[in-house]
Design a protein around this ligand. Structure first.
Ligand code: HPA
Length: 276
């Protein structure tokens, strides 16, 4: 599905979502990655909207991605959560992946909190760690802001300095400390996938300054910055990246680790929302 009429499709999606949400106006958009969807079950007074019902949006085909919006209150904030996301490796274009972020902004969100499961390239990280993203390396080979339609929404040339908001990063760090949940900080590298990386690629990414790697987030963050959303990104280290300490990543491992870290992930994210 190509988004030839991006702005018109966003208009239709905004109208449809607005009807479902009624008086509810989200402050924070929240994207819940692989195995991290259970946080959405904690949203109070939820309104559920499956992705497939939203004009311009495809359905989630990734393992463990429910594929719906859940709107309601979490950590004292009005959130519009995505329980699952769309990925390039599912066959979606960069604009299709970014579409819900532009939609969240249109519906009133000023902040995007995006989460994922990631492999650790940094050898001092451990499986089960949380990592606050400090910056990104977009190696998906794609950018959602290409073409004339995004340029008509907001200027196509915009700075990616401090794309991951420094004050939100500090707030996340302080919250984690107060909750006694250890967190790492690092540069995130995003790829198209779906094959995991080779050990040679991981060695190269380490030399380039990457600490974690996965198959999402970069395009969302570019779209968020395009329309001026503040961004916080948090990864759960679900595995050591391929070849690190002999690791050979698997989808099963990613989901198993997410399950074991679910309680702390919920505490951390609710704490951060509370502190915002
Ligand atoms: N590589 C790419 N994507 C991932 C990984 C990984 O090691 N872990 C979770 N998502």
């Amino acid at each position: 599905m190509a988004l030839e009429n991006l702005r018109e499709t966003l208009d239709a999606a905004q109208a449809m979502m607005g009807e479902r949400l009624g008086a509810f106006r989200p402050e924070v958009g929240l994207i819940l990655g692989s195995g991290l969807g259970p946080l959405a079950e904690r949203i109070a007074d939820p309104i559920f909207i499956p992705f497939g019902e939203v004009p311009g949006m495809g359905v989630s085909t990734a393992n463990g991605h429910v594929g719906r919006f859940v709107a309601g209150e979490l950590g004292g904030k009005r959130v519009l959560a995505m329980q699952g996301r769309l990925h390039g490796y599912e066959g979606y274009t960069a604009q299709e992946v970014a579409f819900p972020v532009w939609l969240m902004a249109r519906l009133g969100a000023a902040t995007l909190v995006t989460t994922n499961a990631a492999g650790a390239i940094n050898e001092s990280f451990r499986v089960g760690d949380f990592c606050i993203m400090t910056d990104q390396l977009n190696f998906t080979g794609r950018n959602p802001v290409t073409g004339t339609e995004p340029d008509a929404m907001a200027p196509r040339f915009f700075s990616m300095l401090d794309a991951y908001d420094p004050s939100l990063r500090q707030l996340a760090r302080q919250t984690a400390e107060a909750l006694a949940i250890p967190v790492q900080e690092g540069v995130y590298l995003g790829l198209l996938g779906p094959s995991f990386e080779t050990p040679a690629e991981i060695r190269m990414f380490r030399a380039w300054g990457a600490d974690t790697v996965a198959m999402s987030v970069c395009e969302e963050v570019i779209a968020a910055r395009h329309v001026g959303l503040r961004v916080l990104g948090i990864s759960l280290v679900s595995n050591m990246a391929c070849g690190v300490e002999g690791a050979s990543p698997s989808d099963e491992e990613v989901h198993e680790v997410a399950q074991t870290r679910e309680a702390d992930f919920c505490r951390l994210l609710e704490g951060i929302l509370q502190a915002m």
